[in-house]
Design a protein around this ligand. Structure first.
Ligand code: NDP
Ligand code: MG
Length: 387
């Protein structure tokens, strides 16, 4: 039985992870769950999965949960605040920590989990974009396995199976469905409502990542994520739009051979692989129906229509604190768009303005990263107010 700490249990990845866990009662056991504030769903999860500990970041909500939950499960430990979430990440009892928190709030829990030598099943990408060098250096030092959950990175990880493969890798084709605006003309972007943008054709995900899919910033963040996870220069990572969303990424080797990973677009598959690795468990999820798909198509993304993708390539070439600033200003701009404060078209404009004011630190420490993140969010917030 693998004991699992699930950080971000009430989100899209979190609930999919619990669905996977519930299908393999003999293989996985939930040890602990954490949320930001959704205690109603957490309470239902506590009743079903009977964890030993939970954490609620929102202190007021944690107090309410303490009144209700402790009478339901005797001995349930309830932690609160950011420290509470970190406490769970470092739990000695667990074998795997699934990081399904959105945004850079995941950074401290990731470092804490690595400090206590846990395997990390990593769904979160923002922490890796912001502090990729710090996280990957720490993982190497502590000999920690980071197993990607993001579907493209899980695909690459699976294609690179076998010790020798990595040294022959010459190129990564990172695929993407094209997002909810693939067929919308750029001149109509000004009229887009949050509802239009949140209507993803292939994946059901949290709101932030769905907006990122619409701007193609999600692909940009994924290029940076792949750069750190697989230690590959960004010039060897090519984004390909593949609307059928069946090929989740491909790797090309020095002899020209290409391996791809294919499956239906269902996050439960990469989640299960991250939990079962190096084994594979039998599932009853629907299999790919090739005769119904009939054709696979690929084309290059339109960076004129989606400037966020070029911004992501630019910051990783600049290196240092630039990716952190891109990510933080994007988080703030997406928040402003979701709350109706700015138009969709302003998202790349705000990110670019913050980047142009940023003074890059070439080898940032963790403190530099946290400072730059605060600075970039403040700058973006002010720009959002004046838009
Ligand atoms: P959601 O917004 O659906 O869920 C986020 C989860 O994290 C919730 O449980 C939320 O709690 C919790 N949370 C939010 N903020 C904090 C915080 N500051 N501290 C602690 N917990 C917090 O996100 P997704 O599941 O869509 O995405 C999670 C991560 O996985 C993201 O980084 C995303 O890019 C990545 N990812 C997601 C995919 C998907 O299919 N959704 C695919 C690939 C990667 P509460 O419910 O209480 O707010
Ligand atoms: Mg992805």
């Amino acid at each position: 039985m693998k004991k699992i700490v699930l950080l971000g249990s009430t989100g899209s990845i979190g609930t999919n992870t619990l669905d996977v866990v519930s299908r393999f009662p003999g293989k996985f056991k939930i040890d602990a769950l954490s949320v930001d504030s959704n205690i109603d769903l957490l309470l239902r999860q506590i009743k079903q999965f009977r964890p030993k500990a939970v954490a609620v970041r929102d202190i007021k909500k944690a107090a309410i949960l303490k009144k209700t939950a402790s009478s339901i499960i005797k001995g349930l430990k309830i932690y609160e605040g950011d420290e509470g979430v970190e406490e769970l990440a470092g739990r000695r009892d667990a074998d795997i920590v699934v990081v399904a928190i959105s945004g850079t709030a995941a950074l401290s829990p990731i470092l804490r989990a690595m400090g206590s030598k846990k395997r990390i099943a990593l769904a979160n990408k923002e922490a890796l974009v912001s502090a990729g060098k710090i996280i990957t250096d720490f993982a190497k030092k502590k000999k920690i396995e980071i197993i990607p959950v993001d579907s493209e990175h899980s695909a690459i990880f699976q294609c690179l199976d076998g010790k020798g493969s990595r040294s022959y890798l010459s190129k990564i084709y990172l695929t993407g469905s094209g997002g909810p605006l693939r067929n919308v003309s750029k001149k109509d972007f000004n009229k887009l409502s949050t509802k239009d943008v949140l209507n993803h054709p292939k994946w059901k995900m949290g709101k932030k990542i769905t907006v990122d899919s619409a701007t193609l910033m999600n692909k940009g963040l994924e290029v940076i994520e792949a750069h750190w996870l697989f230690d590959v220069e960004v010039d060897k990572i090519e984004v390909l739009i593949h609307p059928e969303a069946i090929i989740h990424s491909m790797v090309e080797f020095s002899d020209g051979a290409i391996l791809a990973q294919l499956a239906n677009p269902d996050m439960r598959l990469p989640i299960l692989y991250a939990l079962s690795f190096p084994e594979r468990y039998k599932t009853i999820f629907p299999k790919v129906a090739f005769s119904e798909i009939r054709k696979f198509s690929f084309y290059s993304p339109d960076t004129g229509k989606f400037p966020c993708l070029s911004l992501a390539y630019r910051v990783i070439r600049d290196g240092g604190s630039s990716p952190c600033v891109l990510n933080a200003s994007n988080e703030e701009a997406v928040k402003a768009f979701l709350s109706g404060r700015i138009k969709f078209t302003k998202i790349p404009v705000i990110i670019e303005k913050v980047l142009s004011k940023h003074k890059n630190i070439k080898n940032p420490t963790l403190t530099d990263i946290l400072d730059k993140e605060r600075w970039a969010k403040e700058e973006a917030k002010v720009l959002c107010c004046h838009s």
